[in-house]
Design a protein around this ligand. Sequence first.
Ligand code: PEP
Ligand code: MN
Length: 354
Amino acid sequence: MELQLQPLNLPSDQERAFIIAGPCSAETEEQVMTTAKQLAGKGCHIFRAGVWKPRTKPGGFEGHGEPALKWMADVKQETGMLTATEVATPEHVELALKYGIDILWIGARTTANPFAVQAIADALQGTDIPVLVKNPVNPDLELWIGALLRINGAGVQKLGVIHRGFSSYEKKLYRNDPMWQIPIELKRRLPQLPIVCDPSHISGRRDLIASFCQQAMDLAFDGLIIESHCNPDKAWSDASQQVTPEVLDFIVSRLTFRDTSEHTDRLKDLRIEIDELDNELINLLAKRMKICRSIGEYKKENGMTIVQKNRYSEILDKRAAQGSLLGIDMQCVKSIFEHIHEESIRQQMEIINR
Ligand code: PEP
Ligand code: MN
């Protein structure tokens, strides 16, 4: 199945990226309008606010629902900004459309549930509103793509994604693990799909937002969605990760937007070199596997086990140390050899069980 896409055509604040900004939640009429006016004053074109808030535990602020949609409509009227909000049920979709919301997003908890996504898709049938699909809370690329296919299947072609990182059990420096390889793989598979980074939910901390924004720009993301509140410390949800419109403007003004065009000759040459090396790497790996298969034959003839633990640790340690001397991270070398080892075991298993 393939996606049928149309460009989002969202207004961009900067040469390259479009920026969606606004509070985590629409709390009061005043907070929404004050924040929106400040953001508009800084040149923002797209205003976000959560009207329905999925909370981990009951008892938190779950959003005002319909009355807050009216505040969003007022923002559009007063500032000319486009508005965006999260939808999680068909009723949300219906109400958001009724109040003229311009962009919808599907939250991470919702993307993880195909029943919920299908119900939203059914409600979107016949509309052409842009929809941004956040990654599911768990690092499952297929589930993310599945959600896109469902929404696209309803005829919505102005589609994009939001990378907001992945939940994990361990507590780390920041809130969600970005696992950049997942959005990068998504970009490889669906190069036409616009991809937006949500540094607020990845970091969970306002002091880390700038660096995640820059990383996203360096990886050629198309846009950013950043939580911004007129009084962040008093926010009713996600207080620690929100920044004032003033700070947001400062962060955005300091971003470096790198050239994403593919034309520079120097780059072309370097890529040719890389391609050659990759070619050699694969050929070398194939040679290595061939030897592993001979070892497999030998082990079979002599009734030996495939995995010989000491040998495996020796390879990992030796190569990790060598890699580190050559400026490659030890963990990286170890994980490369773990994958190589896994494949050689698979090939030896085939021989032994033949
Ligand atoms: C949000 O954008 O405020 C939100 C609830 O995000 P997520 O779905 O990424 O947790
Ligand atoms: Mn939030």
